[in-house]
Ligand binder design. Structure first.
Ligand SMILES: [Zn+2]
Length: 317
C-alpha cells in the first residue's frame, strides 16, 4: 500500500487515488515525523511534568478531584477570514457561529468555552493547500505576519476549486480540513478550510492539537504504543485510555456500524487492535449514529494545557 509521507501534517487530509486497475484510498497522511515547530515535543514533556506534579500534590494522589474542572476557562477567539482580493463580496456571508457551537459542545466536558471576540478580513490569494508548501514555510510566514499575541486566531481559508486532478495515471483527489501545531508557541493559530466550517470533527480535532493532544495513532514523536498498552504512558499519544491505534492505513478492518476495528491482530502477541474509532483525535470516518468523543485523560490534557503558562496568556482577562 502506498503511504504518502509529508514532513508534517497535523491536519485531516483525505487523499484518494484512482487508477485504471485499482482504487486506493489513502488518508494516512498525518506523519509527524519531526518536531517541526521546534517546541512541540519539549512543550508536551513540560505539560506532562506539570500534570504529574499536580497529581502528586493531590492529597489522594489522583482521582476525579484532580481534574478540577469546576472553574470555566474562557478563551476569546480572533477570526481571520481570508478573502481573495478579486472575489470581494462573494463570500462575505459566512456562518461561523455554528463552528463555535460545535467547538464548545466538544470542549464543554473540560469546562472550556470559546467566543468570537474579533473578526478580521484578511486579503490574500492564498488557499489552504498553499500553506503546506515546503515544510509549512508559507504557513509560518503567514502566521508571523497576521497572528496577534494575546488571542488564539482561527484562520478560515478557501480550498482549491479542483479537489481532483486527472493525469495519465488516473485521478488523484485530496482535501485539507485544517491544521495546527501541537502545543507550540511558534504560531498562535488554528487553520480551517471553509469547506469544513460545519464539520463535527475538524475544528475540534485542530483545537485538540492546539491544546496538546496527539493523534491516537501517533508514533513518530514518542515511539509506537504496544497493542498490550504496557508502554501507554510513555509512547504513542502518551495517553492510556486511548488504546494502541494502528492508524487509518488499517481502516479496512473497521466496521462503522459497530464502530469497532474487527479482526486486525498483532502477530507477536495475538491480541486484536481496538482503537477508538469515534475519537476526535483518530483518523477514521464517523461511526453510524455515534458522536465523536474525547476520553477522560484527553480532557485532562486539554484542561492542563489551558491552565498552563503555554496557553494561559490566551485566556479572557
Ligand atoms: Zn491531526
Amino acid at each position: 500500500m502506498k503511504i504518502r509521507m509529508f514532513i508534517i501534517c497535523l491536519s485531516l487530509l483525505f487523499v484518494t487515488s484512482l487508477s485504471a486497475q485499482e482504487v486506493k484510498q489513502d488518508n494516512s497522511t498525518c506523519k509527524v515525523s519531526a518536531n517541526v515547530a521546534g517546541d512541540e515535543k519539549s512543550n508536551s514533556q513540560y505539560l506532562y511534568q506539570l500534570m504529574k506534579q499536580k497529581k502528586q500534590q493531590s492529597p489522594t494522589g489522583g482521582g476525579a478531584e484532580v481534574r478540577g474542572f469546576d472553574k470555566t476557562i474562557v478563551f476569546p477567539l480572533r477570526i481571520g477570514f481570508i478573502q481573495h482580493p478579486n472575489k470581494r463580496g462573494s463570500t462575505r456571508q459566512f456562518a461561523i457561529s455554528r463552528t463555535i457551537d460545535i467547538l464548545n459542545e466538544a470542549f464543554e466536558a473540560a469546562n472550556i468555552e470559546f467566543y468570537i471576540a474579533q473578526i478580521d478580513v484578511i486579503s490574500s490569494d492564498l488557499r489552504i493547500g498553499d500553506l503546506q508548501v515546503g515544510a509549512y514555510d508559507i504557513y509560518d510566514q503567514f502566521s508571523k505576519q497576521y497572528d496577534v499575541d494575546d488571542m488564539i486566531s482561527m484562520y478560515l481559508f478557501d480550498y482549491d476549486d479542483q479537489l481532483c486532478k486527472e493525469s495519465s495515471g488516473g485521478v488523484s483527489c485530496g482535501r485539507t480540513g485544517g491544521f495546527s501545531y501541537i502545543l507550540s508557541n511558534r504560531t498562535n493559530n488554528i487553520v480551517l478550510s471553509k469547506f469544513d466550517l460545519e464539520d463535527h470533527k475538524v475544528v475540534v480535532h485542530e483545537f485538540g492539537h492546539f491544546f496538546g493532544l496527539y493523534h491516537t495513532f501517533e508514533r513518530d514523536q514518542f515511539g509506537r504504543e504496544l497493542v498490550t498498552g504496557d508502554n501507554c504512558a510513555s509512547s504513542g499519544d502518551m495517553i492510556c485510555d486511548t488504546p494502541s491505534d494502528p492508524g487509518p492505513v488499517y481502516e479496512v478492518y473497521v466496521n462503522y456500524s459497530k464502530c469497532r476495528m474487527i479482526g486486525y491482530t498483532d502477530t507477536d502477541t495475538n491480541i486484536d487492535y481496538t482503537p477508538l474509532i469515534n475519537n476526535y483525535m483518530s483518523y477514521y470516518k464517523p461511526c453510524f449514529m455515534k458522536q465523536y468523543t474525547f476520553t477522560p485523560t484527553q480532557l485532562e490534557v486539554i484542561r492542563a494545557a489551558a491552565e498552563s503558562p503555554l496557553r494561559m496568556r490566551f485566556q479572557e482577562r
